[in-house]
Design a protein around this ligand. Structure first.
Ligand SMILES: [Zn+2]
Ligand SMILES: [Zn+2]
Length: 68
């Protein structure tokens, strides 16, 4: 069953690779939100991991951190 893809029901945590349900708020293994999204530590704005700066307040985002 390791090779079976079931994209409709499970997805891999983008932090640790554990399988999580798409609607899961946090990964059971690492405890983070399974999709990498930046949360600005200054204003709390959520932005894409490709963003270099917070679109709301302009704070520089850490490309390896600041995740949900
Ligand atoms: Zn995880
Ligand atoms: Zn911000």
């Amino acid at each position: 069953m390791a090779t079976r893809k079931s994209a409709d029901t499970e997805t891999a945590c983008q932090h640790c690779g554990a399988l999580v349900f798409p609607d899961a708020r946090r990964c059971n293994q690492c405890g983070k939100f399974p999709v990498k999204l930046h949360r600005c530590p200054k204003c709390g704005m959520i932005s894409e991991p490709t963003c270099e700066r917070c679109p709301r307040c302009g704070r520089l985002l850490d490309p390896d951190g600041d995740y949900l």
